[in-house]
Design a protein around this ligand. Sequence first.
Ligand code: C5P
Length: 238
Amino acid sequence: MATAAVLTAAGSGTRLGLPGPKALVELAGVPLVVHAARRLAASGVVLSVVVTVPPGRASGFRALLGGPVRPGIGVPVTVVEGGGSRQASVAAGLAALGDDVDVVLVHDAARALASPALIRAVEAAVRAGHRAVVPGLPVADTIKQVGAAVDGAAPVVATVPRATMRAVQTPQGFDRALLDAAHAAGADRAADEATAATDDAGLVEALGEQVWVVDGEESAMKITTTRDLAVAELLARP
Ligand code: C5P
């Protein structure tokens, strides 16, 4: 039995103000998706990676990552086209996993600097019997739930005690059968960005199954804006 990763890279670079796929944006001279794939391989626990890429861009990503084992990455990478939502992209990635895979880590290429140690910790927690595991960090801000804004002001519905909150990252680790079941049960949500799950753990929760949080790390930050990219450049310095 083996652990594999689905690496989501099918998003656009719109919020970075760039025309192409965000996963190809370079950080310290290396595309985000290559950073992420290298760290998954360097964990030593991920034996293969399926990368989901924007429709029509598979050949370019294959040239960068695909094939049996590429020097500098270290594990075989399969490239598949993603869908119109992150959830749909992950579903496409799951469908391409090998039969021997029993644990799956779902990871965002946008979290390019998540460390091999974090990847190992999530995988180990799944192997230890927690069937759904996410890394999370305490939040610095007080978080309020709000209703629909009226004239530019949104009514507060509730204030959730901050100490109980975690900002959740990837990689998220799962027993493969559980994740497959969660995606099958939530498949009708995948087509529309408005209803699609923004993380895989949410689909597992919707099944009524327990999800567990382990300690996340600052370097697993999601690179979304040019500011994030500048911060990541600082974190990536040797
Ligand atoms: O858009 P967002 O930043 O939430 O995307 C998180 C991750 O999901 C990124 O790595 C992005 O490439 C991926 N994604 C995807 N397919 C989509 C949308 C996003 O694989 N349709």
